[in-house]
Design a binder for this molecule. Structure first.
Ligand code: ADP
Ligand code: MG
Length: 212
């Protein structure tokens, strides 16, 4: 077993078999550094470039701790754009093949809200959203974030650059205080430090310079 093997982690047989099927043979550097902390339940700030496998890092953490027998929404991933949210949801669907009947829903702007409201009535284990549209759902009380165990701020630097701080702040306040928060960013500027201090508890920090 190499140090970069997924099987060095306390993941279920089903999750490991699914990774095999996906052709994920070894952890990328950000996964190797981040996943042990994530599956332990730590809050985490992870800084790594595009294409380094950040989605599977938090996605495996989510799939590992998800209880599909509960219909409640247990994980929320915030992304800056609809395109990124769709990509993340697709990767989560691939990772969630290890479980049965995981419901993953995307809540993004630029598309009618009514079908989203209808879809939410059937419950969603995982929500992937952009901040603006999720705010609309919170205002209409069409989402219930009270059972969130894992909150992910993906591409947090871009979300802040796009002016989403106040929305993110409001959304975080709608989540339980007892939760795991994971923040992913390509940079680590002052505004990211400030957001981390506000949204994360005693976070571990991992940083990967290059993709390989
Ligand atoms: P990032 O969010 O860091 O920009 P992604 O999470 O989108 O990167 O991952 C980039 C690509 O790498 C995706 O196509 C994903 O399926 C693939 N990938 C992620 N982890 C692994 C792995 N351990 N082995 C092989 N491919 C992987
Ligand atoms: Mg990404």
């Amino acid at each position: 077993m190499t140090p970069l093997s997924f099987s060095s982690l306390p993941l279920s047989r089903a999750i490991l078999d699914n990774l095999d099927n996906l052709g994920y043979q070894a952890m990328t550097p950000i996964q190797a550094q981040g996943l042990p902390l994530i599956v332990e339940g730590r809050d985490l700030i992870a800084q790594a470039k595009t294409g380094s496998g950040k989605t599977a890092a938090f996605g495996l953490g989510i799939v590992h701790s998800l209880n599909v027998a509960l219909s409640a929404t247990q994980a929320l991933v915030l992304c800056p754009t609809r395109e990124l949210a769709e990509q993340v949801a697709n990767e989560l669907r691939r990772l969630a093949r290890a479980l049965s009947n995981t419901k993953i829903i995307t809540l993004c702007g630029g598309t009618p809200i009514r079908p989203q409201v209808e879809s939410l009535k059937f419950g969603a284990h995982i929500i992937v959203a952009t901040p603006g549209r999720l705010m609309d759902h919170i205002d209409r009380s069409t989402v219930d974030l009270s059972r969130i165990k894992t909150l992910v701020l993906d591409e947090a630097d871009r979300m802040l650059d796009m002016g989403f701080y106040d929305d993110v702040n409001h959304i975080v306040s709608a989540c339980p205080t007892q939760r795991q928060t994971l923040l992913f960013s390509a940079t680590y500027a002052d505004d990211i430090r400030k957001a981390s201090a506000r949204f994360l508890k005693k976070p571990a920090e991992v940083k990967v310079e290059s993709v390989h």
